[in-house]
Design a protein around this ligand. Structure first.
Ligand code: ADP
Length: 570
């Protein structure tokens, strides 16, 4: 190896051993290594910047010839040796005007970092130079690469440091804010070690409530002030606020609304108790309950008073209603009486006029033509007078009875009678006063053989009114030729009568109405009447404790059944 090659090698070795702090130093020292080359004209170090190929001149020889070195790059590019070097990674050369141009790629593990261009005077290229400079290109490339990486690292490191500084500021700010909140909230807060239960710190509200100084608080355990620490609570870090009590240092219990939270900070278990003093609220609640109770008592008293009042009012209303209904009843009765009076007057004026006219005309005939009348005619006028008198008597009897029964004057007057001859006498009387030839079929039957017809104990006046009215109706409302059936039976201490006719009958819809005073059915036509008879029957039966039933078909006939309880004299 030639002498200058040895020098170059030792320079390269020196270079390799050095530690470069700045890149600029690395670049200028690299040019100094090249200065070893004999007859050196130019040496320039171009660094590739960025992704696009852009050469940046970082160091050069001689120091005063910047432009010439830039020109050198242009020449080498134009002559094609830069392109070849970067394409194949080889040191390329060109001999021009007794000088040699060398293009050395700066290779590194992560690609080309730049190019070293050398221009020196020589007629012939020495292999040692080419090899040594190629080696130097590789070393320089890797050095630059390392420096780049280091620079990147430094850049990102300082960025990181900036970020950390900002974060620290943030944390400090947060800490100050938290501290302010911790000290200014109205909620009491106690922080404690969840494992040992030892208190770590407490805010002013909590300290005041339990009556302890800030310096002393860390000597206490949370369990001395708050209770209910079960494993369930600790294992369940989130639960909602609940009512509890805090015990002060003087053993006073204060009601609180409490919330317990557990946190893991690093490897430490922290418990946070936050609470609100609700003693004022509790007091208010208590007085509200008291006030409520008093109110309830008052309401109860008032309710009792009111109930009494309501009761009184109800009684008054009932009394008034009763008085009112009594008044209404009396008023209706009065109205009914007035009505009855009107009906009675019209009935009497009509029903009395006819027999009176007959009596008067018959008496006149007897008086005027007494000598010219035959015996038969005289008897006829006489009979007319008698019938009219009987009719009027019957009518008067009914009227008297109704009057008496209305005023409830009538008393029962029962005697023992012979019922068969009693009925037969009624038939005789009826025939006499109306039609002696009328056929009335009388049947009787005593089921119990021990009964005699003369030992029936009854008010005969009432019984006569009943039978007389029913039988005279049967005769009146059927044709002369039709017979009347009159059946009597004694059975189980009851007197049973059936009065059957084959006459005009009673319309179904009027069968219940005919028992009311003065009521007469639609189908009576010219048949005279007063509407008194059946009322007399009903009133009499009521007094005797009996009843009447009726079945009737229009134009076929009517059957009345009368049942009267009696005493049998044995
Ligand atoms: P009256 O004087 O009109 O007969 P009553 O009170 O005796 O009065 O009878 C009331 C009404 O009942 C009669 O007007 C008549 O319409 C009806 N009535 C009563 N008995 C009979 C009967 N046997 N057949 C048909 N209608 C009868």
């Amino acid at each position: 190896m030639k002498n200058f090659s040895k020098i170059l090698l030792s320079k390269i070795e020196d270079f390799t051993r050095r530690k470069f702090i700045r890149l600029s130093e690395l670049y200028s020292e690299a040019i100094k290594v090249c200065e070893t080359i004999p007859n050196l004209k130019f040496a320039s170090l171009f660094i590739l910047e960025g992704e696009i190929i852009d050469f940046d001149l970082k160091a050069y020889f001689p120091t005063e010839s910047f432009d010439e070195n830039i020109k050198l790059l242009d020449d080498c590019i134009n002559l094609g040796i830069v392109g070849k070097s970067l394409e194949f990674g080889t040191t390329e050369y060109l001999i021009k005007d007794e000088s040699i141009l060398l293009s050395i790629p700066l290779k590194s593990e992560s690609g080309y970092k730049g190019i070293l261009l050398i221009d020196f005077i020589s007629k012939q290229l020495d292999d040692d130079i080419v090899n040594l400079l190629s080696l130097f290109g590789n070393i320089l490339g890797n050095f630059i690469n390392q420096k780049f990486i280091l620079k990147d690292l430094e850049d990102s490191n300082s960025l990181l440091e900036q970020k950390i500084a900002l974060k620290t500021m943030d944390i400090n700010q947060n800490k100050r804010e938290l501290e302010a909140i911790f000290n200014s909230v109205l909620t009491g807060i106690i922080i404690f070690d969840a494992n040992t239960k030892k208190i770590i710190r407490a805010n002013p509200v909590a300290l005041e409530l339990i009556n302890i100084n800030n310096d002393e608080i860390s000597e206490f355990y949370i369990t001395e002030f708050l209770h209910n620490y079960s494993n369930i609570l600790i294992n369940n870090p989130h639960f909602s606020p609940f009512e509890s009590e805090i015990t002060t240092i003087n053993k006073r219990s204060i009601p609180i609304l409490r919330n317990t939270t557990y946190l893991n900070v690093g490897n430490k278990n922290i418990g946070i108790e936050s609470f609100l003093d609700i003693s004022v609220l509790k007091e208010a609640e208590k007085s509200l309950i008291n006030a409520n109770q008093i109110l309830e008592l008052k309401v109860m008293e008032r309710t009792e008073d009111l109930q009494l009042l309501v009761h009184k009012l109800k009684n008054e209303i009932t009394e008034r209603e009763m008085a009112e209904s009594e008044l209404r009843r009396l008023f209706n009765k009065e109205k009914e009486l007035n009505n009855l009076k009107t009906k009675f007057v019209s009935m009497v004026s009509h029903e009395f006029r006819t027999p009176l006219t007959i009596i008067r005309s018959s008496a006149q005939m007897l008086d005027k033509f007494r000598d010219n009348l035959s015996k038969h005619e005289i008897v006829s006028f006489y009979n007319k007078i008698m019938k009219s008198v009987d009719n009027m008597a019957d009518l008067i009897e009914n009227v008297i009875f109704i009057g008496k029964s209305e005023s409830a004057e009538m008393k029962l007057n029962s005697t023992s009678i012979d019922i068969v001859s009693f009925c037969e006498q009624i038939i005789v009387d009826l025939k006499l006063s109306s039609d002696p030839n009328r056929e009335i079929i009388f049947n009787y039957n005593f089921e119990d053989g021990t009964i005699n017809s003369n030992n029936v104990f009854i008010d005969e006046k009432l019984l006569r009114l009943i039978l007389y009215n029913l039988l005279s109706n049967a005769m009146k409302y059927s044709e002369k030729e039709k017979p009347i059936e009159f059946n009597m039976q004694i059975h189980n201490e009851k007197l049973l009568f059936e009065i059957i006719d084959f006459g005009i009958g009673i319309p179904l819809e009027e069968q219940t109405k005919i028992f009311t005073l003065f009521y007469r059915a639609e189908n009576v036509g010219n048949i005279t009447g007063t509407g008194l008879g059946l009322s007399v029957v009903v009133e009499s039966l009521e007094k005797l404790g009996g009843k009447i039933e009726l079945s009737s078909i229009i134009n076929l006939g009517t059957k009345f059944i009368v049942t009267i309880p009696i005493k049998i004299m044995r």
